[in-house]
Ligand binder design. Structure first.
Ligand SMILES: NC(=O)c1ccc[n+]([C@@H]2O[C@H](COP(=O)([O-])OP(=O)(O)OC[C@H]3O[C@@H](n4cnc5c(N)ncnc54)[C@H](O)[C@@H]3O)[C@@H](O)[C@H]2O)c1
Length: 351
């Protein structure tokens, strides 16, 4: 039996708990939230016997085989380090931290603890993405030359997610004072992770961030100053020499939550389009297909989810590729994107 503890019992914790509950031999034995209402509702919904207001007390009193850190971004470092000091395997929500220094401190703590550590980049749950990454690594499309990838949402222009002007759950994402690193911090992390998972490390970034006028008098609603970026475009260079354009936006009309990457190599091209399907990728490779511009769809059998791989890691001690070390890389891409935007020029990524 794997005894799992939850720190944070909000929206994403509820989603995670639903996923963990489907895995045989896993029991959520403890949970913690500073909100009495949320921890009580979570404990009732998932039958959790031990409920805490203070995560340090939970860590001191409970025998846990793994902990998932589903607190807000600004709490990730403090909570994860406390868990790792007790040598408990950890799954931490994305983004890993709010600063590169904090992410590095978290990695140090993980290295010292020597236990399984993971960041929950959810799109790695796609078997199409997993298989496409393997195909790229196996050289099916040759050496990479050119990459384009995007993560598109439209909730600033459409009401598909509700009216952001009246939704605290969306308004905080527009305000740096409320801990938001904008579109780049929220969904940029996912597209940087997806793209580097497919194409390898990024060594140079030239990023432009934009914060557009939202037609709100004084650019403020209640305590929310609407100052966080809402669109970004990065030109990047990969360690393997390819160039890429990576972008995301909250202004992309017609898209609810669309991730897509197209990777072009010397012997073919691969496309992952998660709007189309999570369990397939498309490939154009081989002389005849390249000559006739013919793409084939490859259906991909299910691969273990992040949650299944975390539990497997706890059971076997095997470290997953979506580790804290990878999390530091993605945090570095954010850090150098902000720096590049500030300086108005390309910057080298220094891990
Ligand atoms: N992987 C994904 O695709 C994905 C999707 C959504 C959210 N997230 C991430 O998950 C995290 C949580 O987001 P959410 O949407 O669930 O937010 P949320 O506000 O619904 O939940 C966070 C919970 O943490 C609790 N909390 C705050 N400080 C705490 C502390 N010191 N100890 C214990 N509990 C504490 C809050 O009371 C709240 O209930 C964020 O980091 C977010 O970026 C990831």
């Amino acid at each position: 039996m794997v005894r799992l503890g939850f720190i944070g019992a909000g929206g994403m914790a509820n989603h995670q708990a639903g996923q963990f509950s489907k895995i045989d031999g896993v029991q959520i034995t403890a949970c913690c939230d500073v909100s009495a209402e949320r921890r009580a509702a979570f404990a009732q919904k998932f039958n959790v016997p031990a409920v805490y207001a203070d995560y340090r007390e939970m860590l001191a009193k409970e025998q846990l085989d793994g902990v998932t850190n589903v607190t807000p971004d600004a709490m990730h470092a403090e909570v994860s380090i406390a868990v790792l000091e007790r040598r408990i395997p950890i799954l931490c929500e994305k983004p890993m931290a709010t600063t590169l220094d904090d992410a590095r401190r978290m990695l140090d703590a993980a290295d010292k603890a020597g236990v399984v550590n993971m960041i929950n980049f959810s799109y790695r749950n796609s078997s199409g993405l997993q298989a496409a990454a393997e195909a790229v690594r196996a050289g099916l499309i040759g050496e990479l030359r050119h990459v384009e990838s995007s993560y598109l949402q439209s909730w600033l222009v459409s009401k598909g997610w509700g009216n952001w002007r009246e939704s605290p759950g969306l308004l905080w994402r527009l305000s740096t004072k409320h801990g938001s690193a904008g579109d780049l911090g929220d969904i940029g992390v996912h597209i940087y992770d997806l793209t580097s998972f497919l194409c390898g490390d990024i060594v140079e970034i030239y990023c432009k961030l934009m914060t557009f006028d939202k037609g709100v008098p004084g650019n403020q609603i209640d305590e929310y100053v609407l100052d966080a970026n809402d669109s970004f475009v990065s030109t990047v260079v990969f360690a393997g020499g390819a160039i890429g354009a990576i972008h995301s936006s909250r202004w992309a009309v017609g898209h609810s939550n669309s991730l897509r990457a197209r990777v072009y190599g010397t012997a073919g091209a691969i496309e992952v389009d998660l709007d189309r399907a999570y369990d397939e990728y498309r490939i154009c490779a081989g002389e005849e297909n390249m000559k006739t511009f013919r793409w084939e769809t490859v259906k991909c059998p299910p691969t273990p989810s992040n949650y299944e791989r975390f539990i497997e890691g706890i059971r076997t001690g095997k470290q997953d590729p979506s580790s804290f070390a990878n999390g530091v890389k993605i945090q570095a891409y954010l850090h150098y994107s902000f720096m590049s935007d500030r300086l108005g020029r390309p910057v080298r990524v220094d891990l």
